[in-house]
Design a binder for this molecule. Structure first.
Ligand SMILES: Cc1cc2nc3c(=O)[nH]c(=O)nc-3n(C[C@H](O)[C@H](O)[C@H](O)COP(=O)(O)OP(=O)(O)OC[C@H]3O[C@@H](n4cnc5c(N)ncnc54)[C@H](O)[C@@H]3O)c2cc1C
Length: 285
């Protein structure tokens, strides 16, 4: 396990906000994670940091980071099952599924995420959501320090939500995905088309964390913000994207405070004009 003091988190959050934490641990195994939690509870847990806003420049706290380590992937082609440790990248997973002629993970190709983060957020696109292909999850329950396994239907997966958001004392260790047999060429075509469609609409040229808000029932966030003239609204180095108002982008050394100010202002204006309470999708740390 790698351990660092005064660790720079800039490359570990998708907004590329400059922030430092007192300690950072990169566990390699389930045993490492259990050992860490036996000694301390107060970690900030990160998957790949693609859905977080770091509100502070310094954290007097330890971070536990799963991305890029704790990432073994196994394939049982005959059963159509892929098993992955929580730190595995879902992009990798989608490519492995394609190579093995297994369909169901195409929509993962363009969502930047760890496996654990994808389950916590029930990550998805118009083409699918984690709920559809999730079979089983293995997690460490900090309430009794036992490792448990639960099937998908017990995990309250719904639009960008799961039991793991409500119960933060459960640390996802390993995930089983149930896929179907398919044709690698068709799978690749779907992946490429979906990526091209998304990149034409999203501001990928600047650091961002995807959609800032959950989609309110019967409404779309982008058009509401456009109607309010908020496209391009800027605070410090952060801006509501000129390309897609549902995104905030870091255009010039933004801070977490800049992003949070934009969010507060936007929520206020949307409530005033449309009577809608926008819910932030990203985790504010
Ligand atoms: C360009 C871009 C496009 C995006 N498009 C989409 C999209 O189309 N659909 C979509 O759903 N999302 C999208 N997102 C958001 C993001 O990719 C997802 O929310 C992703 O699933 C976050 O995973 P992560 O590993 O980065 O989680 P992190 O940001 O690291 O963490 C998110 C939360 O999950 C918790 N967590 C992480 N790992 C574990 C674990 N092992 N056990 C328990 N809790 C854990 C963290 O503590 C935190 O609260 C996009 C982001 C970007 C930057």
């Amino acid at each position: 396990m790698r351990v660092y003091k005064n660790f720079d988190l800039t490359e570990y959050n998708a907004y590329r906000l400059k922030s430092v934490c007192k300690m950072a641990y990169f566990p390699d195994s389930e045993a490492d994670i259990i050992e860490l939690y036996k000694n301390e509870r107060n970690y900030v847990l990160l998957g790949s940091g693609h859905n977080i806003i770091l509100s502070k420049a310094y954290y007097d706290q330890a971070f536990l980071i799963l991305n890029g380590n704790f990432n073994a992937i196994e394939v049982n082609k005959a059963m159509g099952v892929i098993t992955a440790e929580a730190g595995a990248s879902i992009l990798e997973l989608s490519k492995i599924a394609e190579k093995n002629g297994l369909t169901g993970l195409e929509f993962y190709y363009d969502i930047p995420s760890s496996v654990g983060g994808a389950v916590v957020m029930n990550a998805g696109t118009k083409e699918g959501e984690t709920k559809n292909i999730l079979k089983k999850v293995r997690f460490l329950d900090l309430s009794d320090m036992k490792v448990k396994e639960q099937y998908s239907k017990e995990l309250d997966l719904e639009y960008r939500n799961s039991v793991f958001q409500k119960q933060k004392d459960k640390i996802i260790l390993k995930v089983w995905f149930q896929l179907e047999k398919g044709n690698s060429r068709d799978i690749r075509r779907i992946m490429d088309e979906s990526k091209a469609r998304r990149w034409s609409k999203q501001p990928r040229e600047y650091p961002n964390c995807g959609s800032v808000y959950k989609r309110p029932p019967g409404r779309f966030v982008g058009p509401m913000l456009d109607e309010l003239g908020l496209k391009g609204y800027r605070v410090g180095g952060a801006e509501i994207s000129q390309k897609h108002s549902g995104f905030i982008v870091n255009i010039n050394n933004a801070t977490g405070a800049d992003i949070l100010k934009i969010i507060r202002y936007t929520k206020e204006k949307v409530k005033e004009k449309f009577g809608v309470d926008l819910e932030v999708e990203q985790r504010i740390i």
